[in-house]
Ligand binder design. Structure first.
Ligand code: 5AD
Ligand code: FES
Length: 343
């Protein structure tokens, strides 16, 4: 097994069989984490980048079976932040040292090109030294182009699973993996720094699906990869499904760091939700990004994608401080900069 890790580290690749062996191995992963951490230190030292997350709308026209803000969840209390509220959150974040803002939301019909472009333009005008990341789902190429011209720098759109058959079991028939991929390649061509990613332990996922995810990422060559465990939400069709595990999520983080040494890899909120030290362990396994929540707390509690999501009541400043301590506790430090990819 040590040989496999060494091959992965030096060749930055393995065969499907070897990846499967690594994904399914029974030993503890100290050696894998250490290899991933060494590669992370070569490229990023002990730096951890911050992204201020602003969950600006939980209105969504999609109906993904796993997601708590799917349109069929009549229990969800819907909200939309105004542009003023969003700018205010950025202001607050800027004072705390954030130099990247992630505007994330459901596929909300309010997100017209005009609305999104004016929002991006206002943030970039107020904070020209900051990066703006959008995470607002599948849109037309023309819309992506318009946001980019308005000043958006990056785009996050997890592919969720790179297997067609698996994708169809997680989404209603109106959605397709083909369109998801089309979006990701359009975003790259337009010139965004692009993030893709997947859930670990989603229903019916096997090592075969995970290998397909890694192969798709090799084809896409994204700048960022967001992964976290699947966690059931009680008002969805997957309410009774098993969550993904901490162990497998950490293992996948390490494999991703070894396959993509330069990549920006967040220790996600979902990872912090399945274990109280999930994000710290994520950092030690190769992650180099944290995403404290800047959403005003009264809205934040309604952005519940899955059950027991952490940081639902904490003020932005508290979250920021809490994360600072967590990052330090495992020997890394937060840097106040845009945190662009180091290819
Ligand atoms: N568990 C874990 N992650 C989820 N997401 C959505 N629903 C869940 C869930 N139940 C993730 C998806 C999406 C991101 C914003 O949140 O991967 O891309
Ligand atoms: Fe939000 Fe700890 S990170 S309260």
């Amino acid at each position: 097994m040590e040989q496999l890790i060494e091959t992965l580290r030096t060749q930055r690749d393995l065969s499907d069989e070897e990846l499967t062996a690594l994904i399914t191995r029974e030993s503890d992963d100290k050696d894998l984490f250490a290899a991933a951490d060494a590669v992370r230190r070569e490229h990023y030292g002990t730096d951890v980048f911050l992204r201020g997350l602003i969950e600006f709308t939980n209105v969504c026209q999609n109906d993904c079976y796993y997601c708590g803000i799917r349109k069929s969840n009549a229990q969800a209390q819907r909200y939309r932040l105004t542009q003023e509220q969003i700018l205010h959150s950025c202001e607050n974040g800027y004072r705390m040292g954030f130099r990247t803002f992630v505007l994330q939301g459901g596929e909300d019909p309010r997100n017209t090109d005009a609305w999104v472009c004016s929002m991006v333009d206002k943030i970039k005008t107020a904070h020209p030294d900051c990066a703006v990341t959008l995470s607002i789902g599948e849109q037309s190429r023309a819309s992506y182009q318009a946001y980019f011209e308005a000043g958006a720098d990056r785009y996050l759109l997890r592919h969720e699973t790179a297997s067609d058959a698996h994708y169809r079991r997680l989404h209603p028939k109106e959605m397709s993996l083909a369109n998801r991929k089309r979006c990701l390649f359009d975003l790259k061509e337009i010139g965004y720094q692009v993030g893709a990613g997947f859930m670990v332990g989603s229903p019916w996922q096997t090592p075969k699906e995970l290998v397909a995810d890694l192969r798709f990422l090799q084809e896409l060559q994204p700048d960022m990869i967001g992964i976290g465990p699947f966690i059931p939400h009680h008002e969805t069709p997957f309410a009774d499904k098993q969550p993904g595990t901490l162990e497998l999520t950490l293992r996948m983080l390490s494999i991703l760091r070894l396959l993509f040494p330069y990549v920006l890899l967040p220790a996600t909120t979902a990872l912090g939700t399945i274990s109280p030290i999930g994000r710290e362990l994520g950092l030690k396994a190769g992650a180099n990004v944290m995403m404290p929540n800047l959403t005003p707390t009264d809205a934040r509690k309604h952005y519940d994608l899955y059950d027991n999501k952490i940081c639902m009541d904490e003020e932005a400043a508290k979250c920021r401080l809490c994360q600072e301590g967590r990052v330090r506790s495992v020997g890394y430090q937060i840097v106040s900069d845009r945190g662009d990819v180091r290819r």
